[in-house]
Design a protein around this ligand. Structure first.
Ligand code: OXD
Ligand code: MN
Length: 606
């Protein structure tokens, strides 16, 4: 981090390196935003959508080589390789800086360097952090304005807060005199670097203009660098949604949920419950910063101020509140465009159009055989546009967390929901969570589980073993009665024909109800070898489109499947190496013993 006094010197030094034509300090105002958007439209980089259909909204189309986060070009440059651990790409900090300096040298020629002061977290929160991003991309500026609190007020806050995380970003496409610009300039893949320097708390990103590679407040600052700061300072930066759940009596509880990317965090955060009288409101859909107060309880804030959601699959059926959020003043990236100037993507409501402009800006019709929208197409929208945003979403003091959900896509073995026996058993659950690989593309991994501890695999800024120890240490500072209960949920279990057993979406409220009641202590559960499971009668399935024995299947403990799972977790734990906490090995052994005991019982009863 740097101090306020160092700000001007750092900007000057980086400008000398990148050699922009001019430097512009962003104030975050509406006028500034309009000016930048006009520039992008005039250059043909942004397309204004039909204002009668989607007012104040614009579409961008990226280069086909720059469409997603690039995990293999993402680096943790800790002094020692062992501090980055087996799940990160490590680079030696000095050498990485030398390589990147060569790339940055003159990389902003012919462009403006924008200085973006931004705050992650509500103003006045003890956890909020200031970042300053330098970028040569107007697209990044207008997105950062939505995703973070950006502008003049942040510079004011910096005077007292004093410290900021310096974030340097260049798309890596300088313009020599008279050189024509591209619609989406970026650098070739082997020149892209998304680099983190954990000791200095510094971010250097080069060569990509897309999403988490370029909007540096999100994954780079709020997860990778924040996870390092959090470990040092004794709090947690997690890849989690935050939701507020209110029962028919008007009692509210706050819930965190960690699911791997593209497993429905945004849908759950904005869910419309199908259970009468229950209400879900949103605090955040992607990241939570969590800390323990003197009362020994955990509180959380959402460091972001907008949603950078996957558009594909979003519809009034899957997520009506997201659809209502994006009716106006939204930035769309890599979606398709209808003939009347609106947006379209696979999975959106309504009949398939016969003609579109696809995300590559080419003519498209259903016979073309390619997706019209990119699978990772996105919307960027202010949280304030979400119709179910909780009124306390910006409370600097955070919200009191009652439950933490972990989960992923698991067609077999894992039941619909089970509750951890203790905090450390819950950390065990989070450590082994993940999704089964089903996409034919990665054929050698089909059926295998890609373990994604607490959905943080690509986002932990240090060694995964130390990260899991930090989770256990957080628990040691309090006691289980005060800590949130941890639950493993799996909406994706399938029957023997490959059909989903659980209808999902708004019906997930029926599982949330059981979780709520467990936190209240008003519903009992069955103690099983893997944790507490609901009794069948505790999950309200009235009116659900489900087969007769589906709930029983969803709530069985598949002892043999679980014993295989234990073997697979052992292999995965070995890959973490010596830093894996002993306590987690013990949790694994205890679970294995409970399962073996159960298996013997089953065999005796046969
Ligand atoms: C995201 C991700 O974009 O997790 O939120 O990839
Ligand atoms: Mn995410």
């Amino acid at each position: 981090m740097l101090s306020y006094q160092a700000l001007e010197g750092w900007v000057k030094e980086m400008a000398e390196l990148c050699q922009p034509e001019e430097i512009y300090w962003c104030d975050g105002t509406e006028e500034e935003n309009i000016k930048l958007i006009k520039k992008l439209v005039d250059l043909g980089k942004a397309l204004e959508l039909n204002p009668t259909k989607r007012p104040g909204s614009y579409a961008f189309f990226s280069d086909p080589s720059d469409v997603a986060r690039v995990e293999n070009r993402t680096f943790i440059a800790s002094d020692l390789e062992e501090d980055a651990g087996p799940t990160n790409n490590w680079a030696e900090p000095k050498a990485l800086k030398e390589t990147m300096k060569k790339l940055y040298f003159g990389s902003m020629k012919g462009r403006t360097m924008y200085v973006i002061p931004f705050m992650m977290g509500p103003f006045g929160s003890p956890l909020s952090k200031i970042g300053i991003q330098l970028t040569d991309s107007e697209y990044v500026v207008i997105n950062m304005r939505i995703m973070t609190r950006m502008g003049r007020d942040v510079l004011k806050a910096l005077e007292t807060q004093n410290q900021f995380v310096p974030c340097l970003h260049s798309i890596g496409y300088p313009l020599e005199k008279d050189q024509m610009d591209l619609l989406w300039p970026s650098a070739p893949i082997d020149h892209k670097y998304i680099s983190h320097f954990p000791k200095e708390k510094l971010i250097w990103s080069y060569g990509s203009g897309y999403g988490g590679n370029a909007l540096l407040g999100k994954k780079c600052l709020a997860l990778r660098i924040a996870s390092v700061i959090a470990k040092e300072e004794g709090w947690m930066a997690e890849h989690m949604l935050i939701l507020k759940l209110t029962n028919p009596e008007g009692i509210s509880k706050y819930v965190l949920a960690a699911f791997p990317s593209a497993c429905g965090k945004t849908n759950l955060a904005m869910m419309v419950p199908t259970l009468p009288g229950w209400k879900v409101e949103t605090i955040g859909d992607d990241i939570a910063w969590i800390w323990m107060k003197d009362d020994g309880r955990l509180y959380a804030i959402n460091p972001e101020s907008g949603f950078f959601g996957v558009a594909k699959g979003t519809s009034y059926q899957s997520n009506p509140n997201a659809m209502m959020s994006i009716r106006k003043d939204t930035i769309f990236t890599n979606v398709a465009i209808t003939d009347d100037g609106d947006v379209w993507w696979e999975g959106i409501d309504g009949p398939m159009p016969q003609h579109l402009m696809d995300w590559k800006r080419e003519d498209w019709s259903p016979t073309k055989g390619t997706p019209a929208a990119h699978p990772n197409c996105r919307f960027t929208v202010s949280a304030k546009q979400c119709p179910v945003l909780a009124e306390e979403w910006e409370n600097p003091e955070g919200v009191l967390i009652s439950a933490i959900l972990v989960g992923g896509r698991r067609p077999s073995t894992i039941p619909l929901v089970h509750e951890a026996l203790s905090w450390s058993h819950g950390v065990f659950m989070g450590s082994m969570m993940g999704s089964e690989v089903t996409a034919a593309a990665i054929s050698d991994q089909i059926g295998q589980v890609r373990r994604d501890p607490f959905a943080m695999l690509p986002f932990i800024g240090y060694h995964v073993g130390d990260y899991l120890r930090h989770w256990l240490d957080m628990g040691k500072k309090s006691n289980d009665a005060l800590l949130p209960k941890i639950f493993y949920v799996n909406w994706f279990r399938k029957d023997e024909h490959g059909d989903f057993l659980w209808p999902g979406f708004g019906h997930n409220s029926r599982v949330l109800k059981w979780i709520f009641e467990r936190c209240e202590g008003t519903v009992s559960a069955d103690a099983t070898p893997i944790g507490y499971l609901p009794k069948e009668e505790s999950i309200d399935v009235r009116g659900l489109p489900m087969k007769a024995d589906a709930l029983a299947q969803l709530l069985t403990v598949d002892t043999t499947g679980w014993l295989n799972e234990i073997e697979s977790i052992k292999v995965y734990y070995q890959s973490i190496g010596d830093k894996l906490p002993e306590r987690l090995k013990q949790e694994l052994e205890k679970q294995e013993q409970r399962l073996m005991f159960e298996k013997e019982k089953e065999e005796r009863n046969l």
